[in-house]
Design a binder for this molecule. Structure first.
Ligand SMILES: NC(=O)c1ccc[n+]([C@@H]2O[C@H](COP(=O)([O-])OP(=O)(O)OC[C@H]3O[C@@H](n4cnc5c(N)ncnc54)[C@H](O)[C@@H]3O)[C@@H](O)[C@H]2O)c1
Ligand SMILES: [Zn+2]
Ligand SMILES: [Zn+2]
Length: 372
């Protein structure tokens, strides 16, 4: 069928809104009419460089929608079901899925190209096959997904807030709870308080942290972080160093979570200087280009202070377990989702939405596909 989507034709360009073809679902595939898509910063990295991937590509990976058709053999979802996209497919059977680490599922190997596990590219633009970012392509009005990327949710859950639970919420929350292993009484520093970092604050609070220090140069982000449980906020990591030391009675932060928009050597150095004895540094942020994420470490200090460096993909969450669980926490009034959405955009306004993000005007922007 024909659909509309935001496509990046080349790096360093803006999204172009185009008509293109989305394929019918093959075995194990699901056609979804997308309702909402969050404006995650990872799509901004895609706009600058797509290592291991290819252009053109349909952007968007943080979405929600309704199943309209399924291919042969699909058993997990049926037409009419509401789904949240998982930007990491989970097959359930590979070694990592079997061990409860489905964020590292082997089927995720082609997410940069958007090629589905079946080997199919879901879209065609002027007869050229193309993929959707993270095998999702949430900036398309209709998209074709692997069944492994479709997490069914209860039909009464509003699809707008549900979209955020596709990436920023579990990534941030899990960066604190799972990747960082925050424990009751801990002092936690979250560096970068956007869509992901605000949820790292919520995760740290849930895990029982005594002090949650949020760091962001933008006042709006700091105010929001305080409204979801940050006990202190500051504009720079330099200010957080002394604060973390004082709050922990001299030892430094137990967990520091790096959720800045762009990973950099500076951001890493600032975060590392907040980290205390026995502490864990969680690296969640990505860079525009992989080499810009190369960072240096105080190796000697890490040795004598027994510090850990922990990478975090999707907050070490398991999509089919944690997406429904986080939505349940929201239903019970224990997790803020609604206020994370600062502003809504139509597909045509997508570039404006990312300009607003860069200007620090939104905690999370949301693309509303039905918006005129
Ligand atoms: N590892 C994963 O699985 C995963 C998943 C989603 C997003 N990400 C990455 O996480 C990062 C955050 O994503 P987001 O959508 O929240 O981005 P965002 O743009 O919404 O938020 C980033 C925040 O960092 C702040 N910031 C920038 N430089 C800073 C600095 N030096 N110190 C403190 N704060 C600073 C900005 O003001 C902004 O509020 C991005 O790099 C994104 O690609 C990783
Ligand atoms: Zn994301
Ligand atoms: Zn797997």
């Amino acid at each position: 069928m024909r659909t509309r989507a935001a496509v990046l034709r080349r790096p360093e360009t803006e999204y172009e809104i185009v008509d293109l073809e989305v394929l019918d679902p093959g075995p194990g595939e699901v056609l979804v009419e997308m309702a909402y898509a969050g404006l995650c910063h990872s799509d901004e990295h895609l706009r600058h460089s797509n290592p291991g991937g290819r252009y053109p590509i349909v952007g968007g990976h943080e979405g929600s929608g309704v199943v309209t058709a399924v291919g042969p053999g699909v058993t997990g979802v049926a037409p009419g079901d509401h789904v949240v996209t998982s930007f990491l497919p989970a097959c359930g059977h590979c070694r990592f899925c079997a061990a409860g680490r489905s964020n590292l599922c082997d089927k995720g190997a082609t997410i940069a190209s958007g090629k589905l596990p079946s080997g199919t590219f879901p879209f065609r633009l002027d007869d050229e096959p193309l993929g959707g970012f993270c095998m999702v392509g949430a900036f398309a009005e209709h998209t074709l997904l692997s069944e492994f990327s479709c997490v069914k949710i209860d039909p009464w859950i509003p699809l707008d807030t549900a979209a955020l639970v596709a990436c920023s919420v579990p990534t941030g929350w899990g960066s604190a709870v799972y990747s960082g292993g925050v424990r009751p009484g801990d002092t936690v520093v979250v560096v970068g308080l956007g869509g992901v970092g605000a949820n790292a604050v919520q995760g740290a609070v849930h895990a029982g942290a005594m002090n949650v220090v949020g760091v962001d140069p933008v006042a709006l982000k700091r105010e929001f972080a305080e409204s979801v449980g940050a006990t202190h906020t500051v504009a720079t990591a330099e200010e957080a160093v002394g604060l973390a030391r004082q709050l922990s009675r001299g030892t430094g932060a137990d967990v520091v979570i790096v959720t800045v928009g762009k990973m950099s050597a500076d951001a890493m150095a600032g975060a590392m200087s907040c980290l205390g004895k026995g502490g864990t540094l969680v690296l969640t942020a990505l860079a525009d280009r992989p080499e810009e994420g190369n960072v240096s470490l105080g190796g000697q200090l890490a040795t004598v202070f027994e510090q850990r460096i922990q990478g975090s993909l999707f907050g070490s969450c398991n999509p089919f377990r944690d997406i429904p669980m986080l939505l349940r926490l929201h239903e019970e009034g224990r997790l803020e989702l609604d206020r994370l959405i600062t502003k809504r955009y139509s597909l045509e306004q997508l570039n404006e939405g990312y300009r607003d993000q860069a200007a620090g005007l939104t905690v999370r922007g949301l693309l509303e596909h039905s918006r005129a």
